[in-house]
Design a protein around this ligand. Structure first.
Ligand code: SF4
Length: 284
């Protein structure tokens, strides 16, 4: 993937996502290359035609410092359309500089990541008790990860990272999103995690957002036994709702068993992603 240094005019982007009032994406494009990536449907990204290039927002830290003279965010979501801790971060450390600024200003952030590189930053992140990490673990099999998330951190390194986040006492939710029917396995994912992890998001895969045709093709080539099952869930609104209900029921059972909190989101079948979707729908 070609890398370009880019000059950005703006870093803080207001958002309707219920989790924060601003988002920051330190890079443009993502080297993890997850097949289901929702960001590819993002209007701005499509407009910028950046599919095969990675933009490093080289001046983002200085722009952010200027913006924070006039804006006081309640909470910032780091990484809404990119992985902030992708490989390129090792060279440019843009995310690191942003975290330093947020810490200095005592502005809390919510970090969405599936990268074990975040381990290097846990010391900084732990210094603001309001900081929170949503760590993605939506697949419990390295074989499936290799197929669907070819550039991402391995299963074992993610499990190590999760333990380390817990050790540092940073607020943590395991983010099972997108939860892909018949590829994401809820009991298996839970069985990999230490019992003291008690908060989970389950966000059902949205076919309209998540590159469905390419996903089906890849699954057909590599896991043919799963293809028909997956296709069937997304055949109609009725089938999808039936699956979503079944999933909700099994979450409720596991919730009791594990004495944990689950936040569940089943996106609307017909519509594209709604930025106002509620990520705080806690199952009772
Ligand atoms: S890590 Fe996130 S932003 Fe990057 S490709 Fe995967 S889903 Fe998309």
């Amino acid at each position: 993937m070609e890398t370009k240094q880019i000059i950005t005019e703006r870093v803080l982007a207001p958002t309707q996502i219920s989790l924060a009032d601003y988002v920051i994406n330190p890079y443009r494009g993502c080297g993890f290359g997850c097949l289901y990536c929702y960001a590819q449907k993002n209007k701005n990204i499509r407009k910028q035609k950046i599919k095969n290039s990675l933009g490093v927002k080289i001046n983002a830290p200085s722009v952010l410092e200027k913006e924070l003279k006039n804006i006081r965010p309640r909470k910032i979501l780091l990484g809404s359309t990119v992985e902030c801790f992708q490989e390129i971060e090792k060279k440019y450390r843009i995310t690191k500089k942003i975290l330093d600024i947020l810490l200095k200003k005592q502005i809390p952030c919510l970090i969405l990541t599936k990268s074990s590189l975040i381990k290097e930053y846990l010391e900084i992140i732990s210094q603001n008790k309001e900081n929170e990490i949503y760590f993605t673990l939506n697949l419990a099999s390295q074989k499936i990860i290799n197929i669907l998330e070819p550039g991402s951190s391995s299963l074992n390194s993610r499990l190590d990272t999760i333990k380390e986040i817990k050790t540092k006492k940073i607020k943590l939710r395991i983010h099972m999103g997108p939860f892909i029917p018949y590829l994401s396995n809820l009991p298996e994912i839970l069985s990999l995690l230490p019992k003291k992890i008690k908060t989970f998001n389950v966000e059902l895969y949205h076919a309209k957002m998540g590159n469905f045709n390419a996903l089906i093709k890849k699954v057909g080539e590599n896991l043919p036994e799963k293809k028909e099952q997956l296709l069937d869930v997304y055949r109609s609104q009725k089938k999808y709702s039936g699956y979503a209900q079944k999933l909700k029921k099994s979450i409720l059972q596991l919730k009791q068993k594990r004495n944990s909190n689950f936040f569940y989101l089943a996106p609307d079948f017909r519509q594209y992603y709604l930025p106002t979707a509620n990520y705080n729908y806690k199952l009772k």
